[in-house]
Design a protein around this ligand. Structure first.
Ligand code: GDP
Ligand code: MG
Length: 182
């Protein structure tokens, strides 16, 4: 049977969720707010060394779902969550309030997933801006974000959709977390 897993990307509006997905899917960074029209997910294949056939790879299909429109209320619908095997929680390193939003998103996740401990990863996006000019625009320190991630026993990754920094690594990480937990 072919396995298929779903990952959700959550976070406040305009932090770059859609940009991250588009860049990962191979589109160019657009530099503007992208309204989600029609397709709101991207497909990806994660390759993992086969446990049964040494030297070979196992291919696992993933879908990563964008959550446009729901971020305004900092909630996700239970239906959307029911089908998720992993969650990316993202914020904008140059907008403090989006980091405060992470707490709300986390609460939301725990509320909806009572028993199961779903794989998660915390992402600080727009590191290109945050690291420019000696960090003048950065509103969230790496240490602070790492502390939050540690509290939840998850990884913290800083990304830039604009400069394609750590996007692939982010996706590989969450895919692997989902894969090993299953
Ligand atoms: P979403 O609402 O979370 O899906 O955010 P979007 O992907 O629509 O991006 C919101 C705005 O932030 C757009 O103007 C993007 O071009 C910009 N943006 C997204 N990611 C980055 C990034 O890594 N660096 C910079 N400088 N801008 C970004
Ligand atoms: Mg969007």
């Amino acid at each position: 049977m072919k396995r298929k897993y779903n990952v959700l990307i959550l976070g406040d509006g305009a932090i770059g969720k859609t940009s991250i997905l588009q860049v990962y899917a191979g589109s160019e960074f657009k530099g503007e707010h992208i309204r989600t029209v029609g397709v709101d997910s991207i497909s990806a294949v994660y390759k993992h060394p086969s446990e049964t056939h040494p030297g070979q790879e196992e291919s696992i299909d993933f879908k990563v779902w964008d959550t446009a429109g729901q971020e305004r209320f900092r909630t996700i619908t239970p239906q959307m969550f029911r089908m998720a095997h992993g969650v990316i929680i993202a914020f904008d390193l140059t907008k403090r309030e989006t980091f405060e939003g992470v707490k709300v998103w986390m609460d939301c996740i725990y509320k909806l997933s009572r028993e199961l401990c779903i794989p998660k990863v915390l992402v600080g996006n727009k590191c290109d801006l945050a690291n420019a000019d000696g960090g003048a625009l950065r509103q969230v320190l790496r240490m602070e974000a790492m502390k939050v991630a540690q509290e939840h026993e998850i990884e913290y990754i800083e990304t830039s959709a604009k400069e394609d920094v750590n996007i692939k690594e982010l996706m590989q990480h969450i895919f692997k977390e989902v894969y090993v937990q299953q």
